[in-house]
Design a protein. Structure first.
Lengths: 607, 537
């Protein structure tokens, strides 16, 4: 047995070895590489070379194309969404998808039960159930108030996921998720609810900010200062955690060979530069950023050749932190200095643009980036990103309007992230998630938080500072969402929802598909063929063969009969004003058979 | 219409490849003893424990001789006095005067002193990388610092031992997952060239109901590729799930009290994972490699409290110690200890010099711990020398390439040939460490089961065979004679005629110059006689 060590390419091999080779193509997959080899054991599997690029897509914007665009930009597609966009041009659709909200519409609410207070529905800061707790500071050094703080942190998670659930027709919520994956924190690890909320607010308010601003703000974000130890990084006690990750994971990335990028000395210099950013509130449960110059290392910071041997002058006083951070960001994003050989054709700005654009591409379209895609898509997108001051919208606009985005190879192939599975299905099926009071409402949201946790995409709880592995772990990427543990959990969630009900926390009503009313919204529900076609479009990532649909029609809607009239009659009876409960139940049962089958198909996992 | 068809297509070809390879191994083995050893190696199990985040080796296995010259100095002078464990509190080890364990590790101390634990000092690799992610990948793949492998060291090992994987797996011969990740995210270590060798397991009672769907054809697109992958996972989940449920049911409880109280276990994910592993092993699962993990070792701050025996690191090590000593105790009490060896690693150690927030930053080498009753025990290497010159080192120097440990485990515990080892390690070899007791390697644990001490021709496969058939037989011990006869009963060859120990044995029967046709395999031991038919193509 020959061992597959095909990709033992030493780092730098490409860059050093072949003349004219793009050093940033190091991480791209060779065509017929590992991702294809994965199933080569079962069959010979090759797909066409993808040569499309960023030229505007000029083909039809039919239902298939619209489904593709909406499934990649929203969490699931609703029938209403399709109707809303039908007949519009691609430019109109994409422009609307790129409208971001300008303000945060609400704040997380008190819904938990407090211990030790006069009433369990009032917490240690006097906040009542149903009220926002933001800015109402809990007393410190009080174990019961610490319990409130924990539940407040959970309510940040539930509130945040509810924003995604109740999204507008905009890619905004997926962009927020993208930035959270890029600049991750863990609510449980930080465990300071005010800070956790401010972190989410920062991401939400800066979804289209320049990466320079994001990097600047996230450096001073109090949740991040806790999560990556920035607040214990002082001139007396340097702590390299954040200084490393801002270079390795947040800005510069690892696209260049390790011996051609920043050095360990750069990590240490950056750690010294980043000293002094603190929470200055006396009560640690309060969030009050401040710069403590006494903790700041005011000596000059010498960076390596990768950073053009830049020396950032050490500063003193209250403005030292911002001034040095500004210089640091400017140094990172420099677009004037060529990198040391062999990368002299590039600047650091180019490296950053390439790194971030690849991540965007993989998040929204597909993980496999070969040399064609590197040349025809990634490079031009990186130029767009750099030339638009590192803001994400122009990149998304060019991508979503491109012929490459609609290349048939890029459709139907994306393994849904758990957020797509959970929120997508809830949205597509018009499940009513509105509850009369905050307690029931947050318990309902908790169900979604819990289910996505279980499927390994706990929102605001990524496994570590590099985010979720399916977004970066080569070679399998999105396939990593699926294994023998998570696949049954994804299916179980969907089956509960379309079957006898999705269990919900603390006796809030279980959620369940209203089969008859949902099917009524479809174009032609009395025709079993049209019904199945339409539901397959909405729920599955790809269409089924005619033979398959015929078989499943017989097995479900026709209840083993062979004439379509069996369904048509049953349906018409069930929706007539004088329908008996028996008639309704009978049709509901057939619809359960259909939906249960569809969500268990592997095609349900694709989008 | 059968969705399973797509994975069955190439089964036949791969099965014969597999036995061809077994034949190659057999031909190296000159004696029945060697053959017995090889058979037992296929029963041996490796349990890997990952301490994620970078475990502070210096505060785990403590080099007391480094206190005065380095460690006890304040952190402003390059030492770590603020997180240093008091010499009076550390746990001493029998036979070692200058090396001790963290006070939280009494369970592991007992294991060490009883000879069922060893550790290899200063494990790392040249040009250490200080990124968690990169260094984890290096440990998982067994790569060099500047080398990027897409397959894991265990994945490559299992491909060597089970050529043809994944086509045809699971099968009647190999009904169980080759590897199990105790947790939901499968490690890179298990990646083979085409797929992962490991199954993720979090719940030993979860039943899976496979949809028997129509199974549309897979097209040659990215979409088709992903669909095929999804179907493969679904089919494997279904097939393996019933085996796991059965094994968990066969051993429905844990025995050891050393895992801690019920409340402690609930708060100790590693203990829960290893409890599951113990049950599956005792329950009869033939899975070769398990990986458990615990995170939280990235102790940049508050690694210790002002009382340095307390704090985050102490809590973590307490959990590790209880989990592993409980697991080992379970294995012994369940009678399966002889076929299990464990290895504990972290992606890197931490800096010699602590930081001021009672923590330590990313470092380089650290000790790898091993546990199991078949180990030789003891310390490999020496205490690190943290001040070889005039200044205290930044990082713990490397004494052993971590791949030396991998290499030695695969060589002795999984009995890989030099050629196979060369494949696993990309043509490189690493210094060999003799980790096991003399004679421990190759002990067939199946011998402990009463059913394996009765005489029987247990299995003969594949049948019909192309070039080699594998015969599995059990015996009560003594003179065993197995012959290959032709269809008329004429002896063609003696397969084995020797006094052998009680237990389960495996031996290859090669076609060599025999004509295609029907043969009989006849086993005799005392008054016992049994015959099975074998067809060579």
């Amino acid at each position: 047995m020959k061992t597959e060590i095909l990709d033992t390419l030493t780092e730098g091999g490409l860059a050093k070895g072949k003349q004219g080779e793009d050093p940033l193509s190091k991480n791209i997959s060779p065509r017929l590489g590992n991702s294809n080899a994965r199933i080569s054991a079962s069959q010979n599997h090759t797909y066409n070379t993808i040569t499309t690029g960023l030229s505007p897509y000029t083909g039809t914007l039919g239902k298939a194309q619209l489904l593709h665009l909406l499934k990649r930009t929203l969490f699931g597609v609703k029938k209403d969404d399709l109707a809303h966009f039908a007949g519009k041009t691609l430019t109109e659709v994409v422009d609307e998808l790129l409208v971001f909200p300008t303000t945060i519409p609400s704040e997380p609410l008190m819904w938990y039960t407090s211990e030790g207070t006069a009433s369990p529905s009032v917490d240690w800061a006097g906040v009542k159930q149903g009220e926002s707790w933001v800015g109402k500071i809990l007393p410190m050094n009080n174990l019961q108030a610490a319990g409130d703080n924990f539940w407040r942190g959970q309510s940040v998670r539930h509130w945040n996921i509810s924003q995604a659930l109740n999204q507008s027709r905009s890619v905004y919520e997926k962009v927020v998720l993208f930035w959270h994956n890029h600049f991750p924190i863990s609510v449980a690890k930080v465990d300071l609810s005010e800070r956790n909320f401010l972190y989410v607010k920062l991401l939400r308010e800066n979804a289209n900010s320049s990466l320079k601003d994001l990097a600047f703000k996230i450096t001073k974000d109090l949740a991040m200062l806790s999560y990556l130890n920035g607040e214990v990084n002082t001139k007396y006690t340097p702590d390299e955690n954040f200084a490393r990750e801002i270079q390795e994971l947040f800005v510069i990335g690892k696209e260049l060979p390790f011996d051609q990028r920043y050095t360990e000395a750069d990590v240490k210099a950056a750690a010294r530069l980043l000293t002094g950013h603190q929470n200055i509130a006396t009560n640690y449960l309060e969030a009050k950023y401040g710069f403590v110059s006494a903790y700041h290392d005011s000596t000059d910071k010498q960076f390596s050749a990768f950073y053009g041997n830049t020396v950032i002058k050490g500063r003193t006083g209250a403005t030292a932190g911002d001034l040095e951070l500004t210089d640091f960001i400017a140094m990172l994003f420099d677009d004037t200095q060529p990198l040391p050989a062999p990368n002299a054709s590039m600047t650091r700005a180019d490296v950053i643009a390439d790194f971030i654009v690849k991540k965007i591409y993989r998040f929204f379209l597909y993980h496999d980036i070969d040399s064609n895609i590197q040349t025809n898509v990634i490079k031009p997108l990186a130029d767009i990103y750099k030339n638009n001051n590192f803001t994400i919208k122009p990149v998304l606009e060019a991508l979503f309007k491109s012929e490459h985005f609609f290349d048939i190879e890029n459709t139907r192939c994306y393994i849904k992230q758990p957020m797509d599975v959970v929120l997508g299905l809830i949205r597509t099926l018009n499940i009513d998630t509105q509850r009369a009071d905050a307690v029931a409402q947050y318990n309902t949201y908790w169900t979604f938080t819990y289910r996505t946790d279980e499927m390994q995409q706990g929102y605001l709880e990524p496994p570590n500072v590099s985010g979720w592995s399916p977004f970066y772990q080569s070679p399998h990427f999105h396939k990593l969402w699926i294994n023998s543990d998570t696949l049954p959990k994804r299916q179980a969630f969907a089956r509960e929802l379309v079957g006898w009900g999705l269990w919900s926390f603390n006796n809030t009503p279980n959620m369940r598909l209203d089969h008859i009313n949902f099917v009524k919204t479809l174009d032609n529900p009395s025709d079993p063929n049209a019904l199945i076609n339409e539901v397959v479009d909405l729920l599955l990532g790809r269409q089924l063969s005619d033979a398959h649909k015929k078989q499943l029609k017989i097995d479900t809607l026709l209840y083993k009969q062979t004439t379509d009239a069996y369904w048509t009659v049953a349906w018409n009876n069930a929706i007539s004003p004088d329908a008996t409960q028996e008639q309704k139940d009978g049709v509901t049962y057939l619809l359960i058979l259909l939906f249960d089958y569809l969500v268990r198909l592997e095609e349900f996992q694709l989008s | 219409m059968n969705r399973r068809k797509f994975i069955n297509n190439s089964v036949k070809a791969c099965v014969s490849t597999f036995f061809l390879d077994q034949l190659t191994q057999s031909s190296f083995a000159q004696s029945t003893l060697m053959k017995a050893i090889m058979a037992s190696c296929t029963d041996n199990i490796l349990v890997i424990v990952q301490l994620a985040g970078g475990n502070d080796g210096l505060n785990t296995i403590i080099p007391l001789d480094q206190y005065s010259k380095a460690l006890a100095l304040p952190n402003s002078s390059g030492g770590r006095s603020n997180i240093l464990l008091p010499e009076t509190k550390v746990l001493t080890l029998s036979g070692l005067s200058n090396t001790a364990f963290h006070p939280s590790m009494s369970g592991l101390r007992d294991l060490y002193n009883s000879g069922s634990m060893s550790f290899v000092q200063g494990c790392g690799y040249p040009n250490p990388d200080f990124s968690h992610f990169r260094s984890t990948d290096i440990w998982m793949t067994g790569s060099d610092s500047n080398q990027f492998l897409k397959t894991g060291w265990i994945g490559r090992e299992l491909e060597e031992s089970y050529p043809g994987f994944p086509a045809g797996f699971p099968s009647a011969q190999y009904p169980d997952p080759l590897a199990i990740q105790l947790g939901s995210i499968v490690s890179l270590a298990f990646e083979a060239s085409t797929t992962s060798t490991a199954l993720a397991v979090t719940d030993l009672s979860q039943d899976y109901e496979l949809l028997n769907s129509f199974g549309d054809a897979i097209d040659n697109t990215r979409s088709g590729e992903n669909l095929a992958y999804l179907r493969g996972v679904a089919v494997d989940t279904d097939k393996y799930n019933s085996r796991i449920l059965a094994a968990a049911k066969a051993q429905s409880t844990n025995i050891s009290k050393l895992y801690g109280t019920e409340a402690e276990i609930k708060d100790n994910p590693l203990a829960m994972q290893l409890q599951g592993a113990a049950r599956l092993i005792k329950g009869g699962l033939t899975t070769r490699v398990y990986m458990a993990s615990m995170s939280g070792f990235d102790t940049h701050a508050a690694q210790t409290e002002s009382d340095t025996t307390k704090g985050t690191h102490a809590t973590l090590l307490d959990k590790v110690s209880k989990a592993i000593s409980g697991f080992q105790d379970d294995l012994v009490k369940m009678g399966v200890n002889k076929k299990v060896t464990g290895m504990v690693f972290s992606e890197f150690g931490r800096r010699v010099n602590s930081n001021g927030s009672l923590g330590s930053d990313h470092g380089a080498s650290m000790p790898v711990m091993l546990f199991g009753t078949e180990l030789a025990g003891g310390m490999y290497g020496t205490n690190p020398n943290l001040k070889p010159g005039s200044v205290i080192l930044d990082n713990v120097p490397m004494q052993h390439d971590f791949r030396s440990v991998y290499y030695s485990l695969l060589k002795d515990w999984f009995c890989l040939s030099e050629a196979q080892l060369s494949n696993v390690f990309g043509g490189k070899s690493y210094p060999y460490l003799s980790l096991f007791k003399a004679g421990a390697v190759g002990i067939n644990e199946d011998d402990l089961f009463a059913s394996n001490r009765t005489n029987a021709l247990a299995d003969l496969y594949p049948n019909p065979a192309e070039d080699t058939a594998k015969l599995v037989f059990t015996t009560s011990g003594g003179d065993v004679n197995i012959e290959l006869l032709d269809a008329t009963g004429t002896p063609m060859r003696t397969v084995i005629n020797k006094n052998i120990s009680a237990g389960k044995h495996t031996i290859g029967i090669e076609k060599e110059n025999l004509k295609s046709g029907l043969y009989l395999v006849k086993m005799r031991n005392g008054s016992f006689q049994e015959t099975k038919k074998l067809v060579f193509r």
